[in-house]
Design a protein around this ligand. Structure first.
Ligand code: ADP
Ligand code: MG
Length: 389
């Protein structure tokens, strides 16, 4: 067991007065490119990071779920399993976090897969609201746990679906399958090329060290919540674009279709659709470069993705723009905001020799603007979800 798993095991014993049946964990993710394409049946290229959510779980027999997290402000929640519904209001306020766990249990139950009761303790080192998908890490950790404990034997794509239902139908965040796919299907050392139309995946080599490159995460520490506002509006714009262009998803819109038919769209919807169309093309271009062993050449595509999110999709923030611009000015090969937007993190692809220079410059730029000092660290593709002990 990892040191983190051993600590969680001891804390579970401390809180629940009994041993956990096991520890399961699932990673957060960085999306290298392909933003807001997943709910448009498009392409994305995420990878799992080494930061993970872990759950210690014990099967009990009283028909209740007792859900606890070590996260500050996350109140313990007790809920009867036979009373879990998508309209559940027992998770308000400080208990709201527990919907991410309960939603997964609920989605299993929909399929007739149940446990007689469970105690869960969650601890995650994926930062919350930083664009690294702490929510999917939580869902996927409990999903692999329930799958094992119930002896359900569901495959990973089915677990992606369960976690997606939990987040959409139970929590109420209208997100796609990107985060859950990365957490459940990614492997160490690779990016996960994901086609959200047929949900097929392919591992693409992503060996940064072999090219003397690092991928820096620049966490602006401006957090977001995808249950609210802007994210939902963007989804609605895409649905409007589909109706006007008479397609079942924006995936079907090629660059040429767009050029010919964009005039049918109002200016705002036109910008939103243009982001999705061009982003799908950029993902495919990045994958082609990685397949050809040209990792060092993907930078301009990453930066073009950022510009598209800043100007067309309008989901960036002054902090994210400053992080990207400053990283580029000090030697990054490419940089972009990552994740759903409205805060969170940017990533920058940087030659190892310049990593320190870029970090220092970004921190200095934030200080000059009077912003909280960003968290900057390197990430590498780590393993997907699984049992730890
Ligand atoms: P992110 O980009 O981090 O996924 P979301 O808004 O989608 O942001 O999900 C963040 C939410 O997930 C938190 O507000 C909380 O409800 C839940 N969550 C994530 N990690 C934890 C944790 N360690 N303990 C409790 N809840 C968590
Ligand atoms: Mg999330």
């Amino acid at each position: 067991m990892s040191a983190a798993a051993t600590t969680l095991d001891a804390e579970f014993q401390n809180r629940f007065g009994a041993d956990a049946d096991g520890i399961w964990s699932a990673p957060g993710r960085v999306n290298l490119i392909g933003e807001h394409t997943d709910y448009n049946a498009g392409f994305a290229l995420p990878f799992a990071i080494t930061a993970r959510a872990r759950v210690a779980v014990r099967v009990t027999h009283g028909g209740e779920a007792v859900l606890e997290s070590t996260f500050a402000g996350a109140a313990p929640v007790r809920v009867r399993l036979d009373e879990l519904t998508a309209e559940d209001t027992g998770f308000s306020g400080d208990g709201g976090w527990a919907r991410y766990l309960a939603g997964v249990v609920w989605a299993f139950a929909r399929r007739g897969i149940t446990l007689p009761g469970l105690d869960v303790l969650l601890h995650s080192d994926v930062p919350v609201g930083a664009g690294l998908s702490s929510s999917a890490a939580v869902e996927c950790a409990i999903a692999v746990a329930v799958n094992d404990l119930a002896g359900a034997g569901l495959d990973r794509p089915e677990l992606v679906q369960i976690c997606h239902e939990a987040e959409n139908d139970f929590v109420g965040a209208p997100t796609g399958i990107l985060d859950q796919s990365a957490s459940l299907l990614a492997t160490a050392g690779s990016g996960l090329f994901l086609d959200c139309l047929d949900r097929s995946t392919r591992q693409v080599p992503l060996d940064l060290a072999a090219r003397d490159l690092v991928l820096l995460v620049i966490d602006t520490r401006v957090t977001h919540a995808h249950e609210s506002g802007g994210y939902r509006d963007r989804v609605a714009s895409c649905r409007l674009g589909e109706r006007v262009l008479e397609v079942s998803s924006l995936r079907e819109v090629s660059a040429q279709d767009f050029a010919e038919r964009a005039h049918l769209l109002d200016p705002e919807t036109r910008r939103r659709v243009r982001h999705v169309v061009t982003e799908n093309a950029r993902v495919q271009d990045v994958v082609a470069l990685l397949d050809a062993g040209r990792l060092e050449d993907i930078g301009p595509l990453l930066t073009a993705s950022h510009v598209s999110m800043r100007d067309d999709y309008e989901i960036s923030s002054p902090e994210l723009d400053a992080a990207v611009d400053t990283a580029l000015a000090h030697g990054a090969l490419g940089a972009r905001m990552t994740g759903g937007g409205f805060g969170g993190s940017a990533i920058a692809l940087v030659p190892i020799a310049l990593a320190e220079t870029v970090s220092t410059a970004v921190s200095a730029a934030f200080e000059r603007s009077g912003w909280a000092s960003p968290h900057i660290y390197a990430v590498v593709p780590g393993p997907g979800a699984g049992r730890e002990g």
